[in-house]
Design a protein around this ligand. Structure first.
Ligand code: GAR
Length: 242
């Protein structure tokens, strides 16, 4: 029997914006974290970062927080005997910080059901590929090695699977013959910095509904119906009957 659809509506009203209390999980450089900080500071993202948690004490993301007076916590996974115990410690900190939405921003640990139960449909993740293609680590290198002509990035709600939750927004970039994992990662990262703040802003404006595994975003225009080709079509094909 098919499971009944579960519908989640994000808080807030359609007309009244509110500042979403955010908790951000990081492991490394934190350029996505920086893009969220920048959009909050320039007033385009209605959120406040209550806490940034890093599992890596050396993460440069922590330094970025220091520069912007953002509270941080290091929860080093190596100090915990089980994944569940690690998750429980993070849940405690997020709850103490009164976080509503958790954003994983280059967070390289797998979370357990304990964590998902604490924040049902309240955890976003950014992934450097067009999911469901290339889940898991080294997604950009896998895409370049595979020879796909387009890749991109995905913001989605995280669920218990590996990069499987409902998709909120995707950006597409071309992949060129001379790309490798690094050059592709650089092209994709620029788009990550655009779509992550946008996804969270949709949430802040109460525009996101999750129906089953599909996300509906209310009150926004459709993307133009404009196909992309890579390599480009020769004129006689581009202009021919469609
Ligand atoms: C980003 O490309 C992000 O999409 C990716 O790690 C990078 C972190 O960069 N995340 C994953 O691969 C998660 N599976 P950042 O620390 O500069 O934001």
């Amino acid at each position: 029997m098919e499971e009944p659809f579960v519908t989640f509506e994000t808080g807030g009203t359609k007309t009244q914006k509110r500042k979403i209390p955010l908790g951000i999980l990081v492991s490394g450089n934190g350029s996505n974290l920086q893009s969220l900080i920048d959009r909050i500071e320039d007033g385009t993202l209605d959120a406040e970062i209550r806490i940034v948690i890093s599992n890596n004490p050396e993460a440069y993301a922590l330094e970025r927080c220091r520069k912007h007076n953002i509270r941080t916590a290091v929860v080093d996974h190596r100090d915990f005997q089980t994944r569940e115990a690690f998750d429980r410690r993070m849940i405690e900190i997020l709850a103490d910080s009164k976080v509503e939405l958790v954003a994983m921003a280059g967070f390289m640990r797998v979370l357990t059901p304990v964590f998902f139960k604490a924040f049902p449909m309240k955890i976003m993740n950014i992934h450097p590929a067009l999911l469901p293609s290339f889940p898991g680590i080294h997604a950009q290198k896998k895409a370049a090695d595979y020879g796909v002509r387009f890749s991109g990035c995905t913001v989605h709600f995280a669920d218990e699977g590996m990069d499987t939750g409902p998709i909120i927004i995707q950006a597409v970039v071309p992949v060129y013959d001379d790309d490798n994992g690094e050059s592709l990662a650089e092209r994709i990262l620029k788009e990550e910095h655009r779509i992550y703040p946008q996804a969270i802003q949709y949430y802040a404006e109460g525009k996101i509904d999750v129906i089953g595994r599909k996300v509906r975003i209310q009150g926004i225009p459709r993307s133009p119906e404009k196909p992309l080709y890579n390599p480009p079509l020769m004129n006689q094909f581009a202009l021919g009957p469609g």
